[in-house]
Ligand binder design. Structure first.
Ligand SMILES: Nc1nc2c(ncn2[C@@H]2O[C@H](COP(=O)(O)OP(=O)(O)OP(=O)(O)O)[C@@H](O)[C@H]2O)c(=O)[nH]1
Length: 299
């Protein structure tokens, strides 16, 4: 006897689905009427145990799998996505730059005499991020022991160029080349301090990698940023020249400074440089009036 071909009429005896249950019919009749939601009520989706177990298994499956997905399963339209993003913004009312491409501005101030600034200190492990931050927030503080950071948030109110800033400073965990970028640092942040150690070439090479990750995550072409070459007291062990640091910062359109948390050298200047970068981005000085064409011959 020859084996059954693909087209053979012989088929496996699967039970056929029986969609025409009372639940299914109720759903169909609802979906025909434009005024009624197509989503069956909870009770019709999940009939009570006693009634559902009277029906065959395939009827119960059919009752739970309506042919049309309920509305909350469909893809959101662009305008729905936008309005949900706008809702998200209210979750971060302290952080005006929450949304991608949305810049904070002077109106983001709760108190008009002070501005909130959220900054993240990022870089490779052990470059001195914590030492730098603590030296800035509560000087003089320097601890020669090393305790890897998970994350720490510090606050400091400073006045710079006549403006008072309430700074929230996030001291982040050291990042390695293949570390996942922590998404929370890509949103709602006003500025970044990217720290390397002048004694570590590897930590220097991490700076453009972290910078790229920030831009990718935030969906921006530029973020206010300062590149800091830390541990400048160890000049004898230098692995990165000042010129290289400057050139990299220029390439990233960032500020640049070398500092030593140990000697408390340029620590305040590093944070001031970041305030300047943020100021340039969010509250640029009004452009000087351009000379109009007729003023050329006016002398
Ligand atoms: N010589 C010198 N050592 C420093 C300086 N800043 C920090 N250190 C030392 O470097 C080590 C690491 O410092 P941390 O401030 O913990 O470095 P970190 O970047 O926060 O490290 P992670 O928490 O791993 O990300 C510690 O032993 C510090 O004492 C500095 O300016 N000069």
């Amino acid at each position: 006897m020859s084996p059954p071909s693909r087209d053979s009429t012989r088929s496996i005896n699967l039970p056929s689905l029986v969609p025409h249950t009372s639940t299914y019919r109720a759903h169909k009749s609802r979906s025909r009427s434009p005024d009624t939601p197509t989503t069956p009520t909870q009770s019709s989706y999940f009939p009570s145990v006693s009634s559902s177990y009277d029906e065959p298994w395939n009827a119960r499956v059919a009752a739970r799998s309506p042919p049309q997905p309920p509305p909350f399963h469909r893809h959101r339209t662009a305008s729905e996505t936008l309005s949900s993003l706008l809702d998200e913004e209210t979750l971060f009312n302290d952080n005006p730059a929450v949304l991608h491409n949305k810049k904070p501005n002077s109106t983001d101030m709760a108190d008009p005499s002070s501005m909130k600034r959220k900054v993240v200190i990022m870089g490779s492990p052990s470059v001195g991020k914590t030492s730098l931050t603590q030296q800035y927030v509560s000087p003089p503080t320097y601890n020669a022991s090393y305790y890897p950071t998970i994350e720490d948030t510090l606050h400091k109110t400073v006045t710079h160029n006549g403006i008072q800033y309430e700074c929230e400073i996030i001291d982040s965990a050291g990042l390695e080349e293949y570390s996942l970028f922590p998404g929370k640092y890509g949103l709602g942040v006003h500025g970044y301090m990217l720290v390397y150690s002048i004694t570590s070439r590897q930590s220097f090479e991490m700076i453009p990698i972290i910078h790229d990750k920030i831009l990718d995550y935030a969906g921006l072409e530029k973020v206010p940023c300062v590149v800091v070459g830390q541990k400048v007291d160890l000049d004898g062990e230098r692995a990165v020249t000042t010129a290289e640091g400057e050139a990299l910062a220029k390439k990233l359109s960032a500020g640049f400074i070398e500092s030593s948390a140990k000697d408390n050298k340029n620590v305040v200047r590093a944070f001031d440089a970041l305030l300047v970068e943020m100021q340039k981005e969010y509250n640029p000085a009004p452009e000087k009036k351009k000379a109009s064409w007729w003023s050329w011959g006016a002398k």
